[in-house]
Design a binder for this molecule. Structure first.
Ligand code: URA
Length: 297
């Protein structure tokens, strides 16, 4: 088997031979390389998702390029009249019926700006806390599960610090398909307001079925889609917002924590938001948890 790293080295050697001294890595490529590095460091196997072609995505394709999707030149009219029907008597059945309808959801498909693979949600239908991100990225699309890439690892760490597991919460995204870009490889983009509007009926229905005690909006895009807020996450943090009767807390997206290079200031703010969530639903908070970011005596 050709290892991704060999493909990358081969490409870089060829570039060097051509006199090239720098290559550009976009955010998606960095994410993939960081993931490979971390897995190698911890002795984990490289994910199936990073077979040769994946690393070629870090740089111009040298072997078989990843499939690209052609974006419509002219945006098609958005189908707004389609409505969801919820079948089933248990929450799990009802969510499964939503998932099935999402696969070929006309309002999303007709935009022509989203990729084919639908990534719905994961977690506990009886969750007390629901987390909502913006849209699946490269790794989420491959595994068909939200928050499984580096941002997902960070999210798992946050939940662990709260004393809860990924399996206890319900994790979803405003948009159920990865937003497409021309010649897309590992790069991701923010969903547009139209893409969010097309998928919002699902998020609304998910909240209605799961009935979490509170929702955490991860990042400004999720807050915009869910609450119609505009501006910076800094300006949205702090108060409890309301989504049709369910309290919503806005915090920074886990990717922002990764990008901010482990800044204690951002970590502290996210942790303050999580403490507010724990207080809201009456989760026990130990002195250690309360003091994570307090100055040490
Ligand atoms: N970022 C998101 O907002 N959602 C995901 O599922 C992954 C990354």
């Amino acid at each position: 088997m050709i290892r991704p790293v060999d493909v990358l080295l081969e490409f870089l050697e060829a570039e060097k031979a051509r006199g090239v001294s720098h290559v550009h890595l976009d955010d998606g490529a960095r994410e993939v390389l960081r993931d490979i590095f971390n897995r190698a460091k911890t002795g984990g196997a490289a994910p199936a998702a990073v077979e040769p072609v994946t690393v070629s995505a870090a740089v111009p394709a040298v072997r078989e390029p990843l499939p690209t999707i052609t974006l419509n030149e002219e945006p098609k009219p958005v189908v707004v009249s389609k409505s969801l029907s919820i079948a089933g008597s248990t929450k799990a059945e009802q969510l499964a019926s939503l998932r099935q309808q999402a696969e070929n959801w006309g309002p999303a498909k007709s935009l022509g700006s989203l990729r084919e693979t639908m990534v719905f949600a994961t977690g506990n239908p009886d969750a007390r806390v629901m987390l909502v991100g913006e849209a699946p990225g490269y790794q989420e699309e491959r595994e068909r599960e939200p928050f499984v890439g580096p941002a997902g690892q960070k999210l798992n760490d946050i939940l662990k610090a709260m004393g809860i597991s990924r399996e206890q919460v319900y994790i979803s995204n405003i948009v159920k398909f990865r937003p497409a870009t021309p010649k897309q490889t590992t790069n991701n983009r923010k969903p547009t307001p139209e893409e969010m509007a097309a998928c919002m009926p699902f998020v609304r229905a998910e909240i209605g079925i799961v009935k979490p005690e509170c929702v955490i909006a991860l990042g400004g895009t999720a807050a915009e889609g869910l609450l119609g807020l505009e501006g910076t996450v800094t300006s949205m943090r702090g108060p409890w917002h309301d989504f049709e009767g369910t309290p919503v807390r806005v915090t920074y997206h886990p990717s922002y924590l990764l990008q901010s290079g482990g800044s204690n200031n951002v970590k502290r703010q996210v942790w303050e938001d999580m403490l507010a969530v724990m207080e809201k639903i009456g989760l026990p908070i130990s002195d250690k948890q309360r003091g994570y970011f307090l100055p040490k005596p």
